[in-house]
Design a protein around this ligand. Sequence first.
Ligand code: GH3
Ligand code: MG
Ligand code: MG
Ligand code: MG
Ligand code: MG
Length: 312
Amino acid sequence: LTKPIDFGILAERLDILTLRNEGIPYQVLVIEDNELLAEHYAAVLTNAGMHVETLKDPTQLLAMLEHFSPELVLLDLYMPHCNGIEVARVIRQDTQFIDLPIVFLSTESGRHLQLAAMQSGADDFLQKPIQAQELVMAVKQRAERFRSLRELIRQDRMTGLLNHIAFRLQLEFELARQQRTGSLLSMVMLDIDYFKKVNDQYGHPIGDRVIKSLAKLLTNRLRKTDVIGRYGGEEFGIIMPDTHPDDALKVMNQLREEFAQLIHMSQQQEFSTTFSAGLVVAKYNYQVDDLFQYADQALYQAKQQGRNCVVL
Ligand code: GH3
Ligand code: MG
Ligand code: MG
Ligand code: MG
Ligand code: MG
């Protein structure tokens, strides 16, 4: 490092990252068959402000990951029914968790066995016994970096929604869950009507503002459990878990009317615009690409029917 570093700017950037992450506890999953140890780690990490779930039986892992999204996994190596190496492999197999920090915590002191364990895709190997402070620091740093990087990778900068890749990953996750549990899953593709004209008449920056206003409307109106992504330029995708298509249709038509009533301002004049949407409900044998294809077909129909409508 020969260049002078502007520590002011650096500190400001770090501040932004930590500020944004502040207040939301890191989600940590402790997989440990020894109940006393599991409770001890949980207490130490909870004390440091983290949210900890413990798992004594690794066969329950997949069930747990359906409702808990860890930002770090602390993993015991030796457990009665399956060892930590297998658990790490199972986690890594899921694209959803490809970057999730996995840290072994074990009494194993043989370096070659530690390295063998890490070949399963783990990030680090900590040795028991471990000081509380050391454990907190190791977990916190990795979880923090994971959260910041994931945000950078998954977010659409303009709207703060999920980007194309993250939306697809999330859809894979929701579809897999729907197929395991037999619940309902509705999915929507939405595209602003005649948007080229908006850009042409009022300019690109105003067009951007319209996109942001739609993102905000969707975020404010939809449920916390719904997933919203900016799929393309003025195209959005919405995943509605546990939602009957009739209800999804109702909601989408309300949103469509609200958006059509929004008044946008440009220097010359006020204007409003509309969107069209295609809606599908997941069937048991659907793949992610089927959902995209059928939603796209429904969207195409909505455009054909004259736009400003939702087709199921
Ligand atoms: P249609 O009703 O058939 O959807 O007509 P359309 O004009 O909206 O056609 P289409 O969806 O194919 O075109 C989308 C346009 O959106 C093309 C592109 O110039 C514009 N666009 C894409 N991304 C952005 C963006 O980030 N900002 C702005 N302002 N415009 C964008
Ligand atoms: Mg053990
Ligand atoms: Mg488009
Ligand atoms: Mg189009
Ligand atoms: Mg369009």
